[in-house]
Design a protein around this ligand. Structure first.
Ligand code: UD2
Ligand code: MN
Length: 315
């Protein structure tokens, strides 16, 4: 899919490390005011009465159109935001989807995720962070840039980094953050027989607070192409004094929409060498050394579309 991304260079995110570090620090320190949510009485119930428990995902042969999904989600604000009516949400969650050329998957995900999150009665926003151009995909830079831009956009208490092709299959898998430790939400995926792949596995859907992201310096920027950036993220959690927490394998179930490896995201054997250096590099390789070009931010009906130029493959 070529989501038309205007080359309007509205703002350059200068590549200078110092400036980038200041930008990142300012973002974390001066987080924007929360998108105006209508004042409302008492807090939302601890557990939403709308939760429906296990709901196997059965995507239809072809995904609904964006217009059809929009029709089904009339309570959204422009940009893909939602606040539960009649109560003050206890959680403010931003869903950040790394993205390039996966429109069919995005339509499946939006059609699935909006009602899923509304049943959980959280205040949320969905952001699609698209890598501009046909260069080698870099999920780490894309998500670091997404984190900076999203926290500049509003005062989110939880950031969920979400593969575009994963559909949650149980309403009780709440899209909120643990106050102390990063959460691995995609524990049991059909592709892996609904079992945890390995103890250090931290791919797919992860939930972190802005404070946790700052503590672990976000993602590494050094992983070009497919593989290992999620293993690096696992190591950063431990190296920064935290530990990964997970919902039960019974609840944290997902369906992964089948797909081949994407052009521009071929496996990169060099990533194994990068992973060997995490202990040495993590403090200086991440949010504090991030360099990208901000190209555009558009409020679409079902999501906010941010387009980023991650630059050319370095290794
Ligand atoms: C696994 C991880 C994923 C990542 C990847 C290694 C799981 C469930 N997921 O997924 O988090 O660590 O291994 O890099 O274990 N994407 C695009 N367009 C592209 C390429 C990637 O949109 O051209 C995005 C998209 O959101 C996708 C994600 O990046 O879901 C990960 O890429 P993948 O789905 O090809 O990787 P996969 O399924 O092996
Ligand atoms: Mn995938």
């Amino acid at each position: 899919m070529t989501m038309a991304c205007s080359r309007r260079l509205r703002r350059l995110r200068p590549g200078l490390t110092l400036l980038a570090a200041l930008t990142v620090a300012a973002t974390f320190a001066l987080r924007g005011t929360l998108l105006a949510t209508p004042p409302s009485p008492a807090g939302c119930h601890a557990a939403s009465p709308l939760l429906a428990g296990p709901r196997p995902a059965r995507p239809p042969p072809s995904p609904p159109t964006l217009a059809e999904i929009e029709m089904r989600n009339g309570a959204l604000w422009s940009g893909g935001f939602y606040s539960p009516p009649g109560c003050q949400a206890r959680h403010r969650t931003a869903i950040v989807i790394p993205y390039r050329s996966r429109l069919a998957h995005l339509r499946y995900l939006l059609d699935h995720l909006h009602p899923f999150l509304q049943r959980q009665r959280i205040h949320y926003g969905i952001y699609v962070v698209e890598q501009w151009g046909q260069g080698t995909f870099n999920k780490g830079i894309l998500l670091n840039a997404g984190i900076v831009e999203v926290l500049r956009d509003a005062d989110w208490s939880c950031v969920i980094l979400h593969d575009v092709d994963l559909l949650a299959e149980d309403d009780r898998n709440t899209y909120t953050c643990d106050n102390y430790n990063p959460t691995h939400l995609s524990v049991a995926i059909d592709k892996f027989d609904y079992r945890l792949l390995y103890r250090e596995y931290f791919g797919g859907v992860v939930a972190l607070t802005p404070e946790q992201l700052r503590k672990m310096n976000g993602f590494s920027n050094q992983y070009w192409g497919w593989g290992r950036e999620d293993d690096d993220l696992w190591k950063r959690v431990g190296l920064s004094g935290m530990k990964v927490v997970r919902p039960s394998v019974k609840v944290a179930r997902y369906k992964m929409i089948k797909h081949e490896r994407d052009p521009g995201n071929e496996e990169n054997p060099h990533n194994f060498d990068v992973l060997k250096r995490t202990e040495l590099d993590w403090r200086s390789d991440g949010l504090n050394s991030l360099s990208y070009k901000f190209l555009s931010k558009e409020r679409k009906a079902l999501f906010t579309h941010i387009t980023i130029d991650v630059g050319e493959k370095q290794t």
